[in-house]
Ligand binder design. Structure first.
Ligand code: 4NP
Length: 150
């Protein structure tokens, strides 16, 4: 499985999602490949947000090695599953799809936890208190995703 986590800036939510899923698949000894990207280009090359680094560290996960990158159309070819954090990300990703196969790869990540609800992972960029909730939501979705595919 090759899975790409996608948010807007690739500094808050998707780096956390990448870190959490890598951590959870290592526990299960799954040989999956996980990456993340942003639909926006403002933060290309930056490390994750310090608040995402801190919440990951609280749960024993190191995401400091990540570097923000921009989503590219080749990602829709290269990955098996492209997971959007919110509906705006979803629409921006699907816009890059060139065929139905690519469109079908794009899913809302929280649908693994709450099927069919199309729930958004709230953008915590302007909300220091939001990171704990984002962490818990993503951890639940990642564990359910692993259950779904194993
Ligand atoms: P993310 O959060 O999409 O979870 O990485 C954001 C980071 C930066 C901005 C917006 C959201 N920004 O506007 O710069």
């Amino acid at each position: 499985m090759k899975i790409l986590m996608v948010c807007l800036g690739n500094i808050c939510r998707s780096p956390l999602a990448e870190g959490i899923l890598k951590h959870r698949i290592a526990e299960k000894k799954l040989d999956w490949s996980i990456d993340s990207a942003g639909t926006g280009s403002w933060h290309i090359g930056e490390m994750p947000d310090t608040r995402s680094i801190a919440i990951a560290k609280k749960y024993g996960i190191d995401i400091t090695g990540q570097q923000a990158r921009h989503l590219i159309s080749a990602d829709l070819d290269r990955f098996d599953l492209i997971l959007a954090m919110d509906s705006s990300n979803y629409q921006n990703i699907v816009r890059l799809a060139i065929n139905e196969e690519q469109r079908q790869k794009v899913k809302m990540i929280m649908n693994f936890a709450n099927p069919g609800m199309n729930q958004n992972v709230p953008d915590p960029y302007w909300d220091d208190q939001g990171f704990e909730k984002v962490y818990q939501m993503l951890d639940e979705a990642c564990m359910k995703l692993i259950d779904h595919f194993t």
